[in-house]
Design a protein around this ligand. Structure first.
Ligand code: DGT
Ligand code: CA
Ligand code: CA
Ligand code: ZN
Length: 589
């Protein structure tokens, strides 16, 4: 067991005691909380201390707890803890990780709402909050229901100190702070750097570079940010603050004349910079955030106002930030062979859209009407949009009922087509691939569609082999053209199911199927490494938003960013095709 795991275990013990009887176990609660904090912050590995018989060096851990630790390392568990945990659902220990949900509240929620599965407790609680079931519990009420829902959603986005932020959340924080920085006349330029500029799916801390000739003024303005929790560190040209949400923001300043070098240095990644430095050293050049120095000649440091000039000075092309992960990009830049990455403006349509049409689906409906979403597609300058609500629920309908629900949706779309000419509309559906590998609706209903997006929404625990078989069986249907959110991952929550991607790539390539890059910020699925593999294997991709409301159609930029991180060009992405080319691809077997 690692220190962090033990610290968590002790936290849970303290929580269990306070659920049982906070007054009676007052001293135990304090002792375990204190021990938990000590263990979480020590630099000694407890396991090593135990082996050396030196657990007593840890201040703040008394004899009783020390004996528990010894039992834990000797036997792998502590018999006494089983008594303490008895009668408390495991979900409680998931829920107490959420800010503002204490042990008693977690216990009451888990009991009253039967949240028995720790894996789905958070998702389950969100659903119950949305269905107003929390408000009905005595002593809870509507206000506390709303508060709980808000912290749950924030937690899912990565708010809280331990998890990395979801990219979209980090972007929002960065936008706010950039707007604030812009209020100072000393700020000439302000740009987000680090993992945020490289568009990593999750972001540890936010780095911002400012071009200025008055660094002092910029720093003073920055540390006065009204939404900060506290200032972590403040120097003459750099500073760090903690936002009220507990996220760190690092700020660095540089003169306008040297700004290019700063951008390059703090965009990273670290691995990219290490490789770049190696290459520079071979030419006797030394790189820093201030510029480039020639080690041979006794010359002054050369400064660069733009990144282009910085990379050019090293004899290479400028490298898009999304590629700077030391995956061979430097070599390509030297030989001027970097791929021309896809851009947001290349996208001509969105195929994964859930409207609010009452199709009585197996999963969630959207919030906006078909017309509203088509109109928004027009605003985005799209040539086409595909409606892909979830299939009508199989358990609640006969095949005939399913058929008529889809037929009615199609009639609605036909009506809209006769009124709106600017955007072409495709009749799709998002169809569950059942455990058997069959699609959830029958062939007669499938015939009503221009094409189908297929996806996995159940039984994630299947083996890699079985899951691969299931997915391939589903994709094998001639109407099935796109595999949505192919890994099923949810960032910060679950890693998804396992698939044999060599087989999937092979199949898709041979049978003209596309893999989706889902832009939903908590998914970003396919992951960038698999996008890269798809591109290498010549598998076509489609970038979708999975929108359930009009404003979510703006999330396309995150899917495009993942495609760029996977080195995809316009040619790799199906929804850069014109409408007629796309329609042809849909029809082709
Ligand atoms: P994050 O914040 O964990 O999502 O990842 P990054 O890439 O934003 O990393 P961060 O914030 O530690 O540093 C920003 C960039 O600064 C990093 O990508 C490379 C660059 N850098 C320059 N000097 C150093 C250094 O001494 N250590 C590290 N770790 N990065 C450095
Ligand atoms: Ca960072
Ligand atoms: Ca940083
Ligand atoms: Zn969907």
């Amino acid at each position: 067991m690692t220190n962090q795991e033990i610290a968590q275990l002790f936290k849970n013990v303290a929580a269990a005691y306070s659920i049982k009887d906070g007054k009676k176990f007052y001293f135990q609660i304090i002792a375990y909380q204190k021990a938990s904090e000590t263990i979480a912050s020590t630099t000694f590995e407890l396991k090593d201390l135990y082996k050396e018989g030196k657990l007593d060096v840890l201040a703040g851990i008394g004899a009783t707890i020390r004996s528990r630790l010894e039992e834990l390392f000797r036997t792998g568990s502590v018999a006494h803890f089983n008594l303490v945990f008895k009668g408390i659902p495991e979900s409680v220990f998931v829920l107490i990780k959420i800010p503002s949900i204490g042990p008693k509240k977690a216990y009451k929620l888990a009991k009253e709402l039967s949240l028995n599965n720790p894996q789905t407790a958070i998702e389950g609680l969100i659903i119950k909050a949305k269905n107003h079931e929390i408000a009905k519990i005595p002593t809870f009420g509507e206000k506390s229901e709303q508060d709980i829902l808000r912290v749950l959603l924030e937690y899912k986005q990565g708010k809280g100190k331990t998890t990395r932020m979801i990219l979209s959340y980090a972007s929002e924080i960065a936008e706010k702070i950039l707007a604030y920085l812009g209020q100072s006349s000393a700020v000439k330029k302000a740009v987000p750097l680090g993992s945020l500029r490289r568009m990593m799916p999750t972001v540890g801390d936010i780095d911002i570079a400012v071009a200025t000739d008055k660094p002092n003024k910029v720093i003073e303005h920055f540390v006065a940010y009204p939404y900060k929790d506290r200032v972590i560190e403040k120097g003459p040209s750099t500073a760090s603050i903690l936002t009220s949400g507990g996220k760190q923001i690092d700020l660095m300043t540089q003169s306008v004349a040297g700004f290019g070098a700063l951008l390059q240095h703090f965009t990273g990644s670290k691995d990219h910079n290490v490789r770049l430095r190696e290459y520079a050293l071979k030419q006797n050049l030394s790189l820093s955030e201030r510029g480039i120095k020639n080690l041979n000649k006794n010359e002054a440091l050369k400064r660069y106002d733009t990144e282009e000039k910085f990379y050019n000075a090293l004899g290479m092309e400028w490298i898009p930030p999304e590629m700077r992960e030391d995956k061979g990009e430097i070599k390509l830049a030297i030989s001027h062979k970097l791929p021309k990455l896809i851009e947001l403006s290349d996208i001509k349509g969105d195929l994964h859209i859930h409207s609010n049409f009452a199709i009585q689906p197996s999963h969630d409906l959207g919030y906006n009407s078909i017309t509203e979403m088509v109109e928004f597609a027009h605003k985005l300058n799209y040539e086409y949009i595909g409606f892909s609500e979830h299939n009508p629920s199989v358990s609640r309908h006969t095949n005939d009922q399913i058929y008529s629900l889809i037929a009615r949706r199609n009639e609605k779309i036909e009506q809209i087509i006769s009124n709106i000419k600017d955007v072409r509309i495709l009749k799709l559906l998002e169809i569950d691939i059942l455990v058997s590998g069959k699609l959830a609706i029958d062939n007669k209903s499938l015939e009503l569609l221009d094409g189908a997006i297929v996806s996995i929404h159940s039984s994630f625990g299947m083996s890699k082999k079985e899951m691969t078989k299931r997915v391939l069986a589903g994709l094998n249907h001639p109407k099935a053209k796109i595999l949505a959110h192919p890994t099923g991952r949810m960032l910060n929550e679950r890693s998804g199911y396992e698939l044999d991607f060599d087989q999937i790539f092979d199949f898709c390539k041979k049978n003209n199927k596309a893999l989706e890059i889902n832009s939903w910020p908590n998914r970003l699925d396919l992951p960038d490494s698999l996008i890269r593999e798809s591109v290498k294997n010549g598998v076509k991709l489609v970038i979708d938003t999975d929108s359930h409301a009009v404003d979510q159609m703006m999330l396309m930029k995150y899917g495009v960013a993942m495609a760029r991180r996977g080195w995809a060009t316009k040619n790799d992405i199906i929804n850069t095709l014109s409408y007629s080319e796309f329609a042809e691809w849909l029809k082709a077997g």
